[in-house]
Write a protein that binds this ligand. Structure first.
Ligand code: NAD
Length: 465
């Protein structure tokens, strides 16, 4: 699928230190040894080992029920996880530790959390998951409770940096009124192999009405538009959305028609050769979707603005053409296309808009003022767009990839490429499929409580962390 002369970047260092002699040398010299991450495979169990659910902090927990472990445990059990009562020194390695910290409100609760989590973290297996569920700081009734709610973030992000062997740690923050129904989809994504490269993240979950339980093919009945789908992250996104049940419209520039057709064929979808910056792009997309939405039973639209370009120079050398090109593709086009679909009434009940931001945008990156402006812009845009979609029962969110092995990152100088990989907690770059899984999760009906957020898919990269 790579175009002539191109091809995604490849992590030769990681390949080397996974061989016997390479591993021995890396161990002796104390060099990073990136783990092979557990990723989604059809038919695999939710977790690589049993799950432990802990409840820490004072009363009342949102999830405590008469059932052992409360509502979080029943979500996990319902998805096939095997639960254990405690982390035994001679017991099996844990696949996940989920902590109900919704009752945490006093300073001492933070220490209690850390002390409860410590022994469990010792027993984690490869690619295990730590997920802490806590209150949103803004929802806490008093300053101490707000401090503690925010303090959870410090614990979780630190645990993410301490874990090894592909394990991750993430925090779900519950807004007032949100409970087990809203948390189920995000929790199952974060404990699953699908979130392999989502690490050190904080995702807020809002109250949502009429939430369905997570199901096996959550995108059945959805029509998904993916821009920039001829290769890289866009192609992987088309594939994962199709795997999850969506019918896909793959969009890319006319010059990429051959690769675009290959993507569309691979997912049994449609190809639409379209430059998203063209003056008539909104109209053509509306017409195309008008013809397809409803045909084949699709009712819900999923719009993924993945097409993106870089034109890097230090700010002092950035000319108008480089500013215009990058802002045009990465920011202005998503805004125009989305407005047109909104006006045409196509972003209705259950629709999802997913923008693609970047950790470079969130943190700033030398040589990328134009790109960072566009990608930080995406973050601001989805935050403001989401409330406009709420009345129609739709959401807007973004993913922010860190270093992902694609043709875009193959153009980065070798030393910077190594830094990009090794400075992440997971000590490696992500794969296009990692970003695709996060996009597909945001597109699910069970993600309706995730609104206006930017979820980094970056292996807890130092940049933007
Ligand atoms: P890529 O260069 O491999 O693919 C981008 C695709 O977008 C190409 O197929 C290209 O033809 C298409 N495209 C470009 N301009 C277009 C236009 N005007 N109309 C329609 N299609 C157009 O890039 P990638 O690495 O797969 O990145 C995908 C997205 O993820 C981009 O938005 C990028 O900024 C973002 N991102 C990537 C990384 C990474 O590490 N690879 C990191 C952060 C963010």
């Amino acid at each position: 699928m790579a175009r002539p002369g191109g091809g995604p970047s490849r992590d030769l260092y990681a390949e080397l230190v996974r061989t016997g002699p390479g591993a021995a040398v890396a161990q002796r010299l104390g060099l990073p040894r990136p783990a092979v991450l557990r990723r989604h495979a059809d038919g695999q169990p939710l977790l690589a080992g049993p799950a432990l659910v802990l409840t820490t902090g004072g009363e009342p927990s949102v999830f405590r029920t008469r059932e052992a472990g409360g509502a979080l445990a029943s979500v996990l059990r319902g998805a096939g996880a095997h639960l254990v009562e405690r982390a035994e020194a001679d017991g099996p390695r844990l696949g996940a530790v989920v902590v109900d910290a919704t009752g945490a409100a006093r300073v001492d609760d933070l220490a209690a959390l850390g002390l409860a989590l410590g022994p469990a973290v010792r027993r984690l297996g490869p690619s295990a998951r730590v997920v802490v569920v806590g209150p949103a700081p803004g929802s806490a009734g008093d300053p101490e409770a707000a401090a503690v709610a925010q303090g959870l973030e410090g614990v979780v992000r630190t645990v993410g940096k301490e874990l090894r062997a592909g394990a991750t740690a993430n925090l779900l923050r519950l807004a007032p009124g949100a409970g087990a129904a809203e948390v189920a989809g995000p929790l199952l994504f974060l404990v699953s192999a699908r979130s392999a490269f989502v690490d050190g993240q904080v995702v807020e979950v809002a109250a949502a009405e009429g939430l369905p339980a997570p199901v096996a093919a959550p995108l059945d009945g959805a029509l998904a538009v993916v821009t920039g789908a001829a290769r890289g992250i866009g192609r992987a996104t088309a594939q994962v959305l199709a795997r999850q049940g969506a019918r896909v419209v793959a969009v890319d520039v006319p010059a990429a028609s051959a690769d675009l057709a290959a993507t569309a064929n691979a997912v049994r979808g449609h190809a639409l050769a379209l430059d998203v910056t063209a003056a008539d792009a909104p109209q053509r997309l509306v017409e195309h979707l008008g013809a397809h939405l409803g045909a084949g039973g699709d009712r819900r639209l999923v719009l993924v603005h993945n097409a993106g370009i870089t034109r890097d120079r230090l700010l002092v050398n950035l000319d108008a053409a480089r500013w215009d090109a990058v802002l045009g593709v990465n920011l202005a086009a998503p805004l125009r296309l989305t407005s047109a679909l909104l006006e045409a009434g196509l972003l209705g009940e259950g629709a999802r808009v997913v923008g693609v931001s970047s950790t470079s945008g969130l943190a700033g990156n030398r040589g990328q003022a134009n790109y960072a402006a566009s990608k930080a812009g995406v973050a601001g845009w989805v935050r403001a767009l989401d409330p406009q979609l709420a009345a129609a029962g739709a959401t807007a969110n973004a993913v922010a990839p860190g270093f992902v092995e694609t043709e875009m990152t193959a153009r980065i100088p070798p030393l910077l490429r190594q830094l990009g990989r090794r400075t992440a907690s997971l000590q490696q770059g992500g794969r296009p499929v990692d970003v695709a899984e996060a996009v597909a999760w945001l597109a699910e009906p069970a993600s309706a409580g995730v609104r206006g957020q930017v979820v980094r898919v970056c292996g807890q990269a130092l940049v933007g962390a």
